[in-house]
Ligand binder design. Sequence first.
Ligand SMILES: *[C@@H]1O[C@H](CO)[C@@H](O)[C@H](O)[C@H]1NC(C)=O
Ligand SMILES: *[C@@H]1O[C@H](CO)[C@@H](O)[C@H](O)[C@H]1NC(C)=O
Ligand SMILES: *[C@@H]1O[C@H](CO)[C@@H](O)[C@H](O)[C@H]1NC(C)=O
Ligand SMILES: *[C@@H]1O[C@H](CO)[C@@H](O)[C@H](O)[C@H]1NC(C)=O
Ligand SMILES: *[C@@H]1O[C@H](CO)[C@@H](O)[C@H](O)[C@H]1NC(C)=O
Ligand SMILES: *[C@@H]1O[C@H](CO)[C@@H](O)[C@H](O)[C@H]1NC(C)=O
Ligand SMILES: *[C@@H]1O[C@H](CO)[C@@H](O)[C@H](O)[C@H]1NC(C)=O
Ligand SMILES: *[C@@H]1O[C@H](CO)[C@@H](O)[C@H](O)[C@H]1NC(C)=O
Ligand SMILES: *[C@@H]1O[C@H](CO)[C@@H](O)[C@H](O)[C@H]1NC(C)=O
Length: 415
Amino acid sequence: MQRMEKHIQTMAGHWLKLLVCSLMMMNTQVRGAYVEFTFLESAVSKGAVCLNGSPPAYSYVKGYGEGVSNWVVFLEGGGWCHSKRDCQARAKGYFGSTLTRGNQTFFSGLLDEDKLYNPDFYNWNKVYIVYCDGSSFMSDIEEIDPETNVTYRGARIFNAVMEDLLAKGMKDAKNAVLAGTSAGGLATILHCDYFRGLIPNASRVKCISDSGFFIHAKNLLGAEKREDYYANVVATHRLAKFLPASCTSKTNSSLCLFPENLVGDIQTPLFILESAFDSYQVEHNYMIPAFGNTSEWNECNTNLTRCTSTQIQLIKDFRVAFIETLQKLDNCSSRGMFVHSCYLHGHITVKRGWSCSSVVGNNVLENKTIGKAIGDWYFDRSSFQHIDTTNAVPRNCTGTLTSEELQKKCIHQLD
Ligand SMILES: *[C@@H]1O[C@H](CO)[C@@H](O)[C@H](O)[C@H]1NC(C)=O
Ligand SMILES: *[C@@H]1O[C@H](CO)[C@@H](O)[C@H](O)[C@H]1NC(C)=O
Ligand SMILES: *[C@@H]1O[C@H](CO)[C@@H](O)[C@H](O)[C@H]1NC(C)=O
Ligand SMILES: *[C@@H]1O[C@H](CO)[C@@H](O)[C@H](O)[C@H]1NC(C)=O
Ligand SMILES: *[C@@H]1O[C@H](CO)[C@@H](O)[C@H](O)[C@H]1NC(C)=O
Ligand SMILES: *[C@@H]1O[C@H](CO)[C@@H](O)[C@H](O)[C@H]1NC(C)=O
Ligand SMILES: *[C@@H]1O[C@H](CO)[C@@H](O)[C@H](O)[C@H]1NC(C)=O
Ligand SMILES: *[C@@H]1O[C@H](CO)[C@@H](O)[C@H](O)[C@H]1NC(C)=O
Ligand SMILES: *[C@@H]1O[C@H](CO)[C@@H](O)[C@H](O)[C@H]1NC(C)=O
């Protein structure tokens, strides 16, 4: 029996090696596929439109085989707009309209069609929802702003797309995932239980927030600036009445976009994927608000070896506050947590973040890739709640690997 297994393992090893070779022969072309937008024209009459009035859009790939009744729905990120003027400018650009960008999405990472890189989700129904409302899919203001012609309707976009997906078969989903990165990771936290409620008969529904845990950290430098910024997002999009009552009943609603005030009340299992040195937060919610836009900071931000010792100390302080914030959450056994120490923001829609070992190192986080940790957690093969508490300084994990070397490393991890 053992011998048989050994033989099978060896065969699998050969097969993988063959695959490695054929991958290399395919040159270093990035794997994954472009998927065309579906424009949801029918949503326009319901007033579900982007900031500039354009229709919602998503990219969709149908599931097959064992994945035919499984759905992964991904919410795109891209920050927020926090004033009328800011939203007016945004309405003209990439994140305010579906008509000002390429009409397709590159599917990789969690959305990868290749079983080798995405063994748990490759054959699922996969949806990537374009972000064009500037409010993490939360706004719903009836009137179009007469001064700017801007429309605030993120929640309507979310609902219209969900309705469409339910009709496409999601209503009969067995397994489902709601995921998102950055502002989409925050949207995932905000919509997680609602999403669960849309498919009450599904046997397993979980949410994955990738780089969506934006901390308030009221004792960390810049707290007032963070408060003001998110309060302005809440005010501009008039979100107060749409934010979870579990938060707004206890706290000023302007603080209810901070996940530390939200996740304790989420019933659906949630995975929190983060860098303790989240590069977006370090830059936008900490260093720049607290110290201004200095060229010195820009140098540090783009090349960590150029940071001054003062800057490194400040970044270290951010990590301490970040980890403290996470550790103050109730310890919920269904929650997943993968918190590493690479200076990064966003992981799951790129192969480097999802299936390669770029963030795993120094013998922490159980040597698991993010994709493996999340897959194991999703299917209850094993729980995963790990914070890298050993690396106290930010690491540059972008590294110097060529894509060929990286590819080898990915396969090695899966071997
Ligand atoms: C995207 O599609 C829209 C509507 O079909 C079209 O008007 C636009 O030119 C296309 N944009 C690009 C960049 O191809
Ligand atoms: C708003 O739209 C109306 C009608 O198309 C137009 O006349 C007006 O100039 C627009 N206002 C702004 C601020 O773009
Ligand atoms: C859930 O399943 C029950 C029993 O099969 C069925 O009656 C009900 O309509 C289903 N609910 C939804 C929302 O699909
Ligand atoms: C809630 O926060 C906002 C924005 O910071 C502030 O203007 C308002 O006064 C606060 N409300 C209460 C009741 O404290
Ligand atoms: C921020 O700094 C960069 C580099 O020094 C500069 O190009 C940019 O104009 C500055 N932005 C603002 C808003 O001051
Ligand atoms: C990380 O290293 C890569 C490769 O040397 C470099 O291109 C990148 O700018 C570095 N990033 C930071 C934040 O230091
Ligand atoms: C980062 O800065 C160091 C020190 O100034 C320099 O040697 C290195 O070439 C820089 N790296 C990149 C990718 O620019
Ligand atoms: C939560 O509890 C589990 C099991 O008791 C432990 O392994 C894990 O480290 C805890 N997580 C946090 C974030 O404290
Ligand atoms: C991680 O990998 C290293 C090197 O392969 C190994 O020595 C170590 O035991 C592994 N750690 C865990 C927790 O699996």
